[in-house]
Design a protein around this ligand. Structure first.
Ligand code: AMP
Ligand code: ZN
Ligand code: FE
Ligand code: FE
Length: 284
């Protein structure tokens, strides 16, 4: 049985392949009744997602965002839920972060050309469409040009963090992003922490101090042992154990369908309680 909540999904407004409406329809069909749209550094898909969710009176659509941040040697993603996304000051911050995506993607395309794999910048932008441009769009252009067989291969060989065409992007720190989201009433969750496991010791105390609410524990291919370890960290720091599919619709070995990651009911309800307490969710 698909679970009722999926708190991590992407649409065409970042690097997912489904429009917000298609995503909402698919998630609902698969049994999801609490869905967060968490596009990278943009909330532009939310009006369409919210409109689509109105076709389903028993579906709660949580306005969300996934923000990229940096710590030395690693990338950290922070999920924000229920923030006042329509606030102009918040939108200004997001726009600034998206600008840095464009500059960086452009430099990666230059590097690919230097490596003998020219892809058209116009084509990358076309693939990105309305979305915040990202590496998956470059990867798709590379597949089209025949340099690699799959998006995954593009990451593994060229544009992954250690790949020869990788370029760092200017980002905020995780604490700055938690503070930013909190300033606009948002609740924050540390995304996919498996790759950060040996840094959690130093990462979590300042994040908790800044107001972090939860951490993803149930995610894609995380197995029982990883879940157990992450649950331990969540307990130690008083974080809600949450998660989701991180659905992009790109296929690939780790990808899951919306609703395919069962979440325990209790932390999800606690998240909603916190949102209610902040006046970010109508009483049910
Ligand atoms: P960016 O935000 O431009 O740095 O791109 C990072 C995004 O690329 C991640 O959030 C994932 O959605 C996606 N990604 C990372 N690794 C892979 C991979 N191996 N295959 C497909 N997509 C990936
Ligand atoms: Zn993504
Ligand atoms: Fe992420
Ligand atoms: Fe994601």
């Amino acid at each position: 049985m698909p679970s009722r909540a999926d708190l991590h999904t992407h649409s065409t407004y970042s690097d997912g392949v489904l429009t917000p409406r298609e995503l909402v329809d698919l998630a609902y069909r698969r049994g999801v009744r609490i869905l967060a749209l968490t596009d990278h550094d943009t909330t532009d898909g939310l009006p369409e997602a919210l409109a689509a969710s109105r076709s389903y009176p028993d579906l709660l659509l949580i306005p969300g965002v996934e923000m990229s941040t940096d710590v030395p040697g690693n990338e950290v993603h922070i999920l924000g839920y229920f923030m006042d996304w329509q606030d102009v000051a918040f939108q200004r911050e997001l726009a600034r972060l998206r600008d840095s995506r464009v500059t960086r993607a452009r430099r990666m395309v230059d590097k690919l050309a230097e490596l003998g794999m020219p892809v058209s910048w116009e084509r990358v932008l076309q693939i990105a469409g309305d979305g915040a441009v990202g590496r998956p769009h470059i990867a798709r252009a590379m597949v089209e040009a025949g340099y690699v067989q799959s998006v995954n291969e593009a990451f593994e060989r060229y544009i992954g963090r250690r790949g020869p065409a990788y370029v760092e992007r200017e980002k905020l720190t995780p604490v700055e992003v938690v503070q930013l989201l909190q300033r606009f009433g948002g609740l924050t969750v540390l995304a996919h922490p498996r790759e950060l496991m040996d840094q959690l010791d130093s990462l979590l105390p300042p994040l908790k101090e800044a107001g972090l609410t939860g951490m993803e524990v149930y995610y894609q291919d995380y197995g029982p042992e990883e879940i157990e370890t992450l649950l331990g960290w969540a307990r130690r720091f008083g974080l809600l154990p949450l998660g989701g599919s991180d659905y992009h619709g790109l296929g690939g070995p780790q990808q899951r369908e919306p609703g395919d990651i069962p979440l325990p009911e209790e932390p999800v309800q606690e998240l909603l309680e916190l949102a209610r307490a902040r006046g970010r969710l109508l009483p049910s």
